[in-house]
Design a protein around this ligand. Structure first.
Ligand code: BG6
Length: 441
């Protein structure tokens, strides 16, 4: 899909020769590259330069042979504090023309104020339609499928509101820990690293109104309305956790080398979308590291029928739609049926189960999230990227939670690695007479 004369130039502080850089990429890509010839034609496009981004004169190297009529994509996978300064240097060298696109990796800032600074500084030099803020969850096939499921299946959409839905659960459970990223993660924590962006996007796609068309601004306008309708989270509606040791894993504090760290590696919370569609239907979000399984799913738990004609003893069940995002992508709808057998009318629930791999075949072309998103940048399609106002609204909702923790000197609740998280997260649910669905991929 790539243009034949496209070049990819890696830039970082580390000293590497071009050959070393190519060998490094090969290690990462060898399992997905289709044959030596493909690899060679890709490797021929790769270059590497060691660069200190604070040194203005080093940017001059891009101006040699610069052709403003050709597209240039600057992909900034740097700390967010560098987004503005790098764009300023690129601007000074006249490298941010109409055909230049800038990709910003999440997190966009650390809080509302710093994200506004990023958006303002970058926005002074690059127009919004050339800024691509990546949240790779939007590039996942099943996450996009959520939109299709909701907006291309009429029967689903008519049941999708507070009159039918009792509550929604969104879970992103990971088995990995900090994976050597301690210097970044210990300053950030799971709320900023996962909830402010990935879970927020899943919440938006679940709760948003149908946009008039699948167009970048129409989709992002609707997502923004959801974020702006989020009520502040009450302190007793949020639980933070931090993993402790298990048989073969060390504690979070040992992982980050900070024996007093109060950074959370787990968050569970209850929130409300204050609008006509969702009034009174809570959304429960949870995400954590070192949990018992890797499992991302959305559970839509429907209300009981208004009246059971089979009587209170029949065992009325609730319908439930489980959208499994990863791994084992699929959809399960639990429906109530008659338990077979003579005697009275007893009810039970059974799954209508659809695994995408079974339905579409194992060979279905499911590109990696980044593959899809990078191609969208090349093609100029911003639908699956966050707009500046969306990111700022998400921080405006997140900041008071963090300020509350700091003001109260909150200490995360310990949970053993390999479990479902701290017991207080179950209490959060039980207080409402509900329970979390299992973490089962
Ligand atoms: C990243 C977070 O954005 O997403 C990581 O910084 C997290 O902490 C990762 O592990 C999860 O992504 P995925 O695609 O493995 O679910």
């Amino acid at each position: 899909l790539l243009p034949s004369d496209l070049r990819i130039i890696g830039l970082a502080r580390r000293e590497l020769s071009r050959e070393e850089f190519i060998a490094q990429q090969y290690e990462r890509l060898k399992t997905v590259i289709d044959g030596d010839a493909h690899w060679q034609s890709f490797a021929d496009r790769l270059y590497y330069h060691c660069m200190d981004f604070s040194e203005t004169e080093q940017y001059a190297r891009f101006t040699r042979g610069w052709q403003p009529e050709r597209m240039a994509i600057f992909y900034l996978a740097t700390p967010p504090s560098l987004f503005g300064p790098i764009c300023e240097r690129l601007g000074e060298q006249q490298l941010l023309g109409k055909r230049s696109r800038v990709v910003l990796e999440k997190p966009i800032g650390h809080d509302l104020e710093s994200s506004c600074t990023v958006n303002e500084t970058v926005g002074r030099l690059v127009s919004e339609e050339n800024i691509y803020r990546i949240d790779h969850y939007l590039g996942k096939e099943t996450v996009q499928n959520l939109l299709v499921l909701r907006f291309a299946n009429r029967f689903i959409n008519t049941q999708w509101d507070q009159s039918c839905v009792d509550h929604v659960q969104i879970t992103v459970a990971e088995t990995v820990g900090i994976e050597g990223r301690w210097s970044y993660y210990n300053d950030v924590g799971q709320l900023r690293d996962m909830v402010q962006n990935h879970l927020m996007q899943l919440l938006c796609l679940t709760a948003m109104e149908p946009p008039s068309e699948f167009d970048p601004d129409a989709v992002r306008d609707e997502k923004l309305k959801v974020i702006r309708a989020l009520a502040p989270v009450a302190p007793h509606h949020i639980v933070r956790g931090q993993y402790t040791e298990s048989d073969d894993e060390v504690t979070y504090r040992e992982d980050v080398g900070d024996p007093r760290s109060r950074t959370e590696s787990y968050v569970a919370l209850k929130c409300h979308v204050n609008n006509w569609r969702w009034s009174g239907t809570p959304f429960y979000l949870r995400t954590g590291k070192r949990l018992q399984a890797r499992d991302s799913e959305i559970n839509i738990v429907f209300k009981n029928t208004p009246h059971s004609i089979f009587g209170p003893d029949a065992g009325q069940q609730r319908n439930e739609l489980r959208i499994q995002l990863q791994p084992n992508e699929g959809i399960t709808l639990r429906v109530t049926i008659k338990e077979p057998g003579p005697g009275g009318m007893r009810l039970t629930d059974v799954p209508l189960d659809m695994s995408f791999a079974e339905a579409l075949g194992d060979d279905a072309d499911t590109p990696d999230a980044y593959e899809r998103l990078i191609m969208d940048v090349v093609r100029g399609n911003q639908t699956l990227f966050m707009r500046g106002d969306e990111v700022e609204a998400a921080w405006a909702w997140t900041d008071p939670i963090i300020a509350g923790w700091e003001a109260r000197g909150d200490v995360p609740k310990p949970y053993e690695s390999g479990t479902a998280g701290p017991g207080d997260a179950d209490v959060l649910m039980r207080r409402d007479g509900r329970e979390w669905r299992g973490i089962n991929p």
